[in-house]
Design a protein around this ligand. Sequence first.
Ligand code: A2P
Length: 340
Amino acid sequence: MTKSNVNIAIVGATGAVGKVFIDLMKERKFPAQEIRLLASKRSEGKVISVNGQDLTVSETTADSFKNIDIAFISASADVSREFAPIAVQNGAIVVDDSSAFRLTNGVPLVIPEVNANDLLSHEGITAIPNCSTIQMAMVLKPLHDVNPIKRIIVDTYQAVSGTGIAAITELHEQSRDFINSETISPEIYPHQIAFNLLPHIEPFLNTGYTNEENKMIEETRKILHAPDMLISATCVRVPVFYGHSEAIHIEFENPFLPDDARKVLNDFPGISVIDNPQNNEYPMPLNSANNNDVFVGRIRKDLSCDNGLALWVVSDNLRKGAALNAMQIAEHMIKMGLIE
Ligand code: A2P
């Protein structure tokens, strides 16, 4: 396959991630010949500009995947469960942004900078990890390669855009209503999100952890090929529009000087270190939004354990946390000759 004759379907083209994926097609000059925009019936007929070309959105049906080489799906796990197998039957490679297949055997769960070679064993569907997992695993990988990790404790501060467009609207409206002393009626989240924090992302499991926290644990182990890695996570939704932040405490087998970690991280593709606290320089959601990199700062010795480091990691959850990672997988698969 030459670079210019890939036919691509985007399921969820009208969603928060789908829109960024479309922006990235232009930014990265993705080599698509045909681009098919798909969503629910609600969006049928909507026109979206892609690379300066006006394209009409169609309803996603079983017939949507004929002559498609790559199907990017970012809608919901149910939509992925329904349409990913159909796309594969039609000969497409699926790059799936949902949790539907991430832990399934035979489905590579890939961050290209970290484990691109896992793509070699794909059987049609490839999955991209959860947004909060991606930015953490990007940072863990180069550190783990030079000094094995024993234990991780991570707390997240996750933007509402991770929930989708309706949650972005809810934060806008609640912020306005709060300032105007009007009544707030939460719809997307169980409580008011404006001027509040929710230590609750996705349903609670029997362990007391949430499904989101469990994803960070299980997906990280799969990506790093480290099934026994000890990880504990607390995931918190915060009233930020774009950009997830994470406080990560890592215990290594051997001592790790912060300066050495800074260098290892700076040398890793896709990571930028911003770590000059004396000048108030550290990563923040506002300066990571619309950027492709994972930003790391506040790199310091964890005073509570001998071989520990503490870090602060911020990334645009819709870019590296979703659409960019998906596009990088497709780019890698083309380069590796895996798209036939
Ligand atoms: P639609 O806009 O037609 O509802 P977000 O995460 O921002 O909420 O976006 C979710 C995306 O998933 C949207 O593009 C939405 O389309 C799409 N979607 C929702 N339900 C379906 C479905 N049954 N089939 C295909 N796409 C769907």
